[in-house]
Design a protein around this ligand. Structure first.
Ligand code: FE2
Length: 188
């Protein structure tokens, strides 16, 4: 009777002050041009792409862990600070392909919000601040938003089989957006 060789254990060094992951297997880089269609002020985004030579918007650092039930995928998400017009920099956001899977975000640096929505139209924002943990329950799409002046960095854990589903987000966005108005955070 054959038996699959179990995956070997591993360790990874993550600097809990900066979120820097030593030796990530994969780095996903989203540039400003990858964010076309997501912000209210499309012209302001084009100015950033043109004038700042398409800067990196956010990065996700991952270890190779099987996308399969039983595993726990981990990543460090690093979202740079800034605004598009007055709208704060954000990630694209996603549902999980296996919708009934949750995720934990432990904020290591920066400040902002985790913006969450359901297909039924609910929309909530939870504060993200260093040492704060946000629990994203099953079925909630989630996007992080940086309202601060330094990168918003989080350590994330989610079930291996969860997957990413951008679903209706490109077309419909989230019901609420996060702005900076005279230095104040506004969720509207
Ligand atoms: Fe997720």
């Amino acid at each position: 009777m054959s038996q699959e060789t179990p995956m070997q254990p591993f360790a990874v060094d993550i600097d809990l002050a900066s979120g820097a992951m030593a030796d990530p297997d994969t780095v996903i880089t989203r540039r400003a041009s990858d964010m076309r269609g997501y912000y209210a002020d499309a012209d302001a985004l084009e100015r950033i792409i043109g004038e700042q030579h398409d800067p990196v918007h956010y990065e996700v650092f991952e270890k190779d862990i099987p996308e399969a039930p039983g595993h726990l995928r981990i990543c460090v998400s690093k979202l740079y600070p800034g605004t598009v017009g007055r709208e704060c920099f954000m990630t694209k956001g996603h549902y999980h392909t296996v919708s009934g899977t949750a995720e934990i975000y432990l904020c290591l640096q920066g400040r902002g919000f985790m913006l969450m929505k359901t297909k039924q139209g609910a929309c909530l924002a939870e504060r993200m601040v260093r040492n704060g943990m946000v629990y994203v329950p099953p079925h909630w799409a989630h996007r992080s938003v940086n309202t601060g002046e330094e990168p918003l960095v989080s350590f994330c854990v989610y079930p291996g089989e969860a997957g990413h589903n951008y679903g209706d987000i490109v077309e419909q966005g989230f019901p609420r957006r996060v702005y900076l108005q005279n230095g104040e955070e506004v969720i509207a």
